[in-house]
Design a protein around this ligand. Structure first.
Ligand code: 9AA
Ligand code: ZN
Length: 263
């Protein structure tokens, strides 16, 4: 592939990573998308997003062979989000990242066609309406995912505690205990966000996500991005494949409007 664009592997009709077509037949609200700032519509009825996480609900970090996930105890309402575009409160289940092999790309969403080097997804589910996460994944209002862009800049001290643990989950299906972490330290200071109706970005690609994309990126430094890139897609003993470019190609906007919480 030309070095100026994401690996052409991502433009194949079926990417080996997913063994399935990139868009599900009849999919009308697939993710990720390009957010064209001037086409987003300010909605004065959007509320501020309320975030209250209990750092003690943090459980472990694991490498699932596609990203690394930090998982939380979601058996109670101790770590939740509310407000914003949401009609219920949603429980934090996990967060993970998507990133590129180089800093020119890596995010899943783009803003005015600009990629960021990485994107954080904080995954929450509607435990008010659905009995389990697995059921919520199948419902239009089942999930709420906060997307935060990462840009190259100053070292992020809060992220560093996570980066220091990554060598212990280098290989697919490795896990380590990680028992205190407050993901609110990864939130940008600016409250502004875009929101739209979308989907998971890996199989089962279900159209169950209310996306809340923060306008302001957080800054991380080169060493911290490089730490993501030393993770492996492969298990211990297999031929090593670096975990990079684990983002889905952009999907058609179809009949959707992206709303903004700001003017
Ligand atoms: C069966 O339930 C699933 C499956 C995959 C993911 C991961 C992902 O596809 N979704 C987002 S968001 N980014 C991703 O990579 C998931 O996260 C909510 C839930
Ligand atoms: Zn994701």
């Amino acid at each position: 592939p030309k070095s100026s664009e994401p690996d052409s592997l991502h433009h194949l009709p079926v990417h080996p990573l997913w063994q399935s077509p990139l868009t599900i037949p009849g999919g009308t609200r697939q993710s990720p998308i390009n957010i064209q700032w001037r086409d987003s519509v300010y909605d004065p009825f959007l509320k501020p997003l309320k975030i209250s996480y209990d750092p003690a609900t943090c459980l472990h970090i694991w490498n699932n062979g596609y990203s690394f996930l930090v998982e939380f105890d979601d058996s109670t309402d101790r770590s939740i989000i509310d407000g914003g575009p949401l009609e219920n409160q949603y429980r934090l289940k996990q967060f993970h990242f998507h990133w590129g092999a180089i800093n020119d790309w890596g995010s899943e969403h783009t803003v005015d066609c600009k990629f960021y080097p990485a994107e954080l997804h904080l995954v929450h589910w509607n435990a008010v309406v659905y009995p389990t996460f697995e059921e919520a994944v199948m419902e239009g209002d089942g999930l709420a995912v906060i997307g935060v862009f990462l840009k190259l800049g100053a070292r992020h001290e809060g992220l560093q505690t996570l980066v220091d643990a990554l060598p212990a989950v280098k290989h697919k299906d490795t896990v380590i205990e990680f028992d205190v972490f407050d993901p609110s330290c990864l939130m940008p200071s600016c409250p502004d966000y875009w929101t739209y109706a979308g989907s998971l970005t890996t199989p089962p690609l279900t159209e169950s996500v209310t996306w809340i994309i923060k306008k302001q990126p957080i800054e991380v430094d080169e060493d911290q991005l490089e730490a993501f890139r030393m993770l492996l897609f492969t298990s211990d003993g297999e031929e090593e494949k670096r975990m990079v470019d684990n983002f889905r190609p952009l999907q058609p906007l179809m009949n959707r409007t992206v709303r903004s919480s700001f003017q």
